[in-house]
Design a protein around this ligand. Structure first.
Ligand code: KE4
Length: 429
């Protein structure tokens, strides 16, 4: 595979950007080599600066559920750009998108647009702390909720698992307010809430974990979170930045029938442009300025271009049969990939909810961060690069989700399944 143009750009990038990237995972550190520099993309394909073409299952980390450069989305962006790119003032576009979100997501009556998932989560935590007057936040090991200070916290030692900063720059006194529990561990949740539930402002969870690879919730897990937070007077925050509009029009909360107090969204609702959002009941959201006293603001929040793109995406998602199509395509791919590992005798575990999926090179049952950490990341590294040579682009990390779009053709899915045989053999040699 030719890479001279990407290889020329990377040192230039590293001169002027940290690690040559604007987000760490793009640096390919987990899979060796140098990042690809992408020149264009259309449908299910991305093309790099050396002209290499790949079938893409990263989908810009989730947003592109209708593939790249979807004609209706591009047309909406162009049309709006000719009317102006940003006004810093109210528009009907943002009302339309908010109405679509409210109509689709069961727990949301009122929603605030922001510019990223991180911003949505940061705002949701401030809102929960503002409403309850409490400081503590509960999260789960291996779940990622953006780079807000309260969330870059790992489990400390000792029983109470007081949070410790995950990186320099996080104030310890803030980190200590964040408690980490093992995902899917109902007893650990009940123990913590029994011990200190009345000090907890909120528990935040990815209802389907997507940032340690995909891990579905165990039966009863989400129900226990709802029950324990309600009992304790703490807010339940669903971080649906990935799962929102991905696994159903109403997100994971619709799929599992759980009503959180606050929902964070992003990715898909921006149609590939920068959008985040958080929402909940009117009672909860009226605490947010300018109605309430919990302050949150943003120059480009509700940006007309992003709203125009998001409106098209939600219209497309509302068409009958879209989620069945995503389910069929995703099942076909994952069944094919799983068959290959079985026939080649490669230890692998597959997880999938709708069109988000993962493949772990381990024999361990997949249920939490500890279990996925048994994956053979060196094998994954060879597999990733083998797929790349075959024209297939998956996330450059074992601990990320794969995404199917409504645009991937059966032929491309078959091509991916065939390519994975070669990649598995190359990885195994
Ligand atoms: P952003 O700030 O990156 O828009 O969203 C943060 C975020 C919040 N919550 C969840 C569940 C998320 O998955 C994310 C961001 N996801 C990562 C990839 N899994 C973004 C990729 C990156 O960091 O470059």
């Amino acid at each position: 595979m030719k890479k001279e143009n990407s290889s020329k750009l990377f040192p230039r990038a590293k001169e002027v950007m940290p690690g040559g990237v604007n987000s760490p995972v793009r640096a390919f550190n987990a899979v060796g080599g140098e990042p690809l520099f992408i020149k264009s993309a259309r449908g299910s394909k991305i093309i790099d600066v050396d002209g290499n073409e790949f079938i893409d299952y990263v989908a810009s980390w989730g947003p592109l559920i209708f593939g790249h450069a979807h004609p209706s989305i591009v047309e909406a962006i162009i049309r709006q750009a000719e009317l102006g790119t940003s006004y810093g003032a109210s528009t009907e576009l943002e009302i339309e998108l908010a109405e679509k979100v409210v109509n689709a997501v069961p727990s949301i009556d009122v929603v605030r647009m922001v510019n990223s998932g991180t911003e949505a989560v940061m705002s949701a935590l401030r809102l929960a702390r503002g409403i309850t007057g409490r400081d503590k936040i509960v999260k789960f090991e291996g779940c990622y909720h953006g780079h807000g200070d309260s969330l870059l916290v790992k489990a400390g030692s000792g029983l109470v698992s007081l949070g410790i900063p995950e990186c320099p720059g996080i104030v310890s006194s803030l980190a200590e307010k964040t408690l980490n529990l093992p995902f899917n561990d109902i007893e650990a949740v009940r123990d913590l809430f029994q011990r200190e539930g009345n000090e907890v402002a909120a528990l935040i969870v990815e209802p389907i974990a997507g940032n340690m690879g995909v891990i579905p919730p165990k039966p009863g897990f989400l129900e226990a979170l709802r029950e324990e937070t309600k009992k304790a007077g703490a807010l339940l925050i669903f971080d649906e930045v990935i799962t929102g509009f991905r696994v159903s029009l109403g997100g994971a909360q619709k799929l599992f029938g759980i009503t959180p107090d606050i929902t964070c969204m992003g990715k898909i609702i921006g149609g590939g442009l920068p959008v985040g959002a958080y929402g909940g009941s009117k009672e909860v959201m009226d605490h947010i300025s300018p109605v309430g006293s919990v302050y949150q603001a943003g120059t480009l929040s509700g940006n007309p271009l992003a709203m125009a793109a998001g409106n098209v995406v939600l219209d497309l998602l509302s068409e009958p049969g879209v989620y069945d199509l995503l389910e069929d395509k995703s099942r076909k791919l994952c069944e094919g990939l799983e068959k290959n590992t079985r026939e080649l005798g490669v230890p692998a575990k597959f997880t999938r909810v709708g069109s988000m999926f993962s493949m772990f090179f381990t024999d361990e049952p997949i249920e939490n961060f500890q279990s996925v950490k048994t994956s053979d990341t060196e094998f994954f590294k060879r597999y990733f690069n083998g797929l790349l040579e075959e024209g297939i682009y998956i996330a450059p990390s074992q601990f990320e989700a794969g995404f199917m779009s409504a645009i991937h053709s059966d032929k491309e899915i078959d091509q991916t399944i065939d390519a994975s045989i070669k990649a598995l053999k190359a990885a195994d040699s």
